[in-house]
Ligand binder design. Structure first.
Ligand code: FMN
Length: 189
């Protein structure tokens, strides 16, 4: 009979530094980037309020758990967003609608203004729980408190406990696939 107790299957993962010795050609940066580009994702803008007010486009975002409500995002350790989220301990996530490609490009552009001024050209409202900008016209919004931060190579894996989640009325999602923005909205049947 199958043993479904997760504690009966300990995950024996070597530390990250040890594993890097086993990289093969498939894990070369350009190959991995190309292969992972074959996995379509939605597109979000992560935002933080306060002293470190900031926003950043991110597609490394997923739901983790319903009880407790958890999501995760992966943020480059070199990104200004990393400092913003880890310092503020709270962040918001706007899930972008198909028409928000320019918003996604803007919050991925290193040359955008820093601090609150970067939000002058987009419509937003402060999240009631975090104060972080919720971008108007998005498909949905979440507000989160940082629950845990894990090392993930050159990124940090940030686990957020969801404080609130709200849906908008949009029906078409902005997607990122094969290095291009695309739109998704038609069910397969
Ligand atoms: C579609 C798309 C998805 C991205 N996803 C992520 C991501 O999940 N994590 C990340 O750290 N950077 C991601 N980036 C890159 C950042 O948006 C970009 O490096 C940004 O300029 C960093 O901003 P900051 O240093 O001002 O915080 C993505 C960029 C694009 C265009």
């Amino acid at each position: 009979m199958a043993n479904n107790d997760p504690s009966a299957h300990p995950i024996a993962a070597p530390p990250l530094a040890a594993r890097s010795q086993h990289y093969g050609p498939a894990a070369e940066e350009s190959t991995l980037r190309q292969v992972m580009g074959r996995f379509p994702t939605g597109v979000t803008v992560l935002t933080a309020a306060g002293q470190h007010c900031h926003g950043m486009t991110a597609n490394a975002f997923t739901s983790v758990s319903l009880d407790p409500p958890l999501v995760l995002c992966c943020v480059a350790r070199t990104a200004r967003m990393h400092k913003a989220i880890t310092a503020e301990h709270r962040f918001a996530v706007s899930l972008l609608e198909a028409g928000q490609e320019q918003v996604a490009r803007y919050f991925a552009d290193r040359d955008r203004p820093a601090g609150p001024a970067q939000f002058d050209t987009v419509e937003w409202l402060p999240g009631p729980h975090t104060g972080a900008p919720l971008l108007s016209g998005s498909l949905a919004w979440l507000e989160c408190e940082v629950a845990q931060v894990h090392e993930g190579g050159d990124h940090s894996i940030i686990l957020g406990q969801v404080l609130s989640s709200t849906s908008g009325s949009g029906q078409e999602a902005l997607l990122f696939f094969n290095g291009c923005f695309q739109r998704a909205g038609s069910p397969t049947r």
